[in-house]
Design a binder for this molecule. Structure first.
Ligand code: GLV
Ligand code: MG
Length: 317
């Protein structure tokens, strides 16, 4: 988990649009995913594969994680998507995103196909990671097996639009709370995905918010999954990127405090600090569990490239 790169913002880019592909290179998203699935019309898919291979091989993506979303295994397109994209640009690609994953077998099928393509193209076996999108009732009831289906899995992603359709939800505003329902109808789904991701030690990613001009509403939805522990969210529009980067990283204050807890606890447990298992940091009592919580926040902050603005000085007695 600690080795995985930050994915606070995951920018969707339709593979059928060379202008958008070019523009995406300069945007400050942690990850881009070049789409061959639902943002690409069936007639445009063959051309989109070629655009994507060219855009990946041209480079200019900086530090961004480069992912391609292929079509799901129930279509006639998946195998060709994977063969063309990984065969043509595998050296310049990090992950394949598999949508509408129903069970572990679908992940294993992609894993085997990737292994063959990697071997055939002289790539290191296991180079290409897998991002699994959970967007159906069946996918959700199998999410635990899906998370453990392959060592290539790097993220489990919530796909709210398809998911809402799959369970017959009576709302068209993706991810927004509904005035007729008192609670958060998405809480159960988000938590199931988060538990599977954490049990497996991979990232949990929230899906899209379609009202792209309403940034405050995006922020409200993003804060709900960020608060639970999700690592990032899709962004469909450049205007959502800064909000996601901010919401899925700790605040500067929380980050500084987490680093302080780590230093203070390390000192408290040391010989010089008195080999204490619990200690006071200001008015707060800290122990081993505080250290674990602080590691999470510090890890997210470090992955997002944050720097400390304070340091720890051992108390004098
Ligand atoms: C994303 O693919 C979604 O269906 O929400
Ligand atoms: Mg979808």
């Amino acid at each position: 988990m600690a080795e995985l790169r930050s994915r606070r913002s995951n920018l969707a880019v339709p593979g059928s649009n060379p202008r958008f592909l070019e523009k995406a290179k300069g945007l400050p998203a942690d990850q881009v995913f070049l789409d061959l699935e639902d943002a690409c019309a069936p007639l445009a898919k063959p051309g989109a594969r070629k655009n994507i291979v060219a855009a990946l091989n041209e480079g200019g993506w900086g530090e961004k994680i480069r992912t391609v979303r292929v079509n799901d295994w129930t279509t006639e397109w998946t195998f060709q998507d994977v063969i063309e994209v990984v065969g043509g640009a595998g050296a310049n690609l990090d992950c394949i995103m598999l949508p509408k994953v129903q069970d572990a077998g679908q992940v294993q099928a992609l894993d085997m196909l990737l292994t063959q393509i990697e071997k055939a193209n002289g790539l290191e076996v296991g180079k290409i990671g897998i991002e699994a999108q959970i967007e159906t009732a069946q996918g959700l009831i199998n999410v635990n097996q899906i998370a453990f289906a392959s060592p290539r899995i790097e993220t489990i992603i919530y796909g709210p639009a398809d998911f809402m359709a799959s369970i017959n939800m009576k709302s068209l505003v993706v991810g927004a709370l509904h005035p007729d329902y008192p609670g958060d109808p998405f809480h159960y789904i988000l938590m199931q995905i988060l538990m599977a991701a954490r049990a497996r030690g991979v990232q949990a990613i929230d899906g899209p918010f379609l009202q792209v001009r309403d940034v405050p509403a995006f922020e409200e939805v993003a804060k709900r999954s960020a608060m639970l522990g999700f690592d990032g969210k899709w962004v469909l529009h450049p205007g959502q990127i800064d909000a996601a980067n901010e919401i899925y990283a700790p605040s500067q204050e929380d980050y500084d405090h987490a680093e302080l807890i780590l230093d203070a606890y390390e000192w408290a447990t040391s010989e010089a600090g008195g080999k204490k298992g619990s200690a006071m940091l200001g008015d707060e009592m800290i122990d081993e569990a505080s250290r674990k919580m602080a590691l999470v926040i510090a890890g997210k902050g470090r992955a997002a490239g944050m720097g400390r603005t304070s340091s720890f000085t051992p108390p004098e007695d």
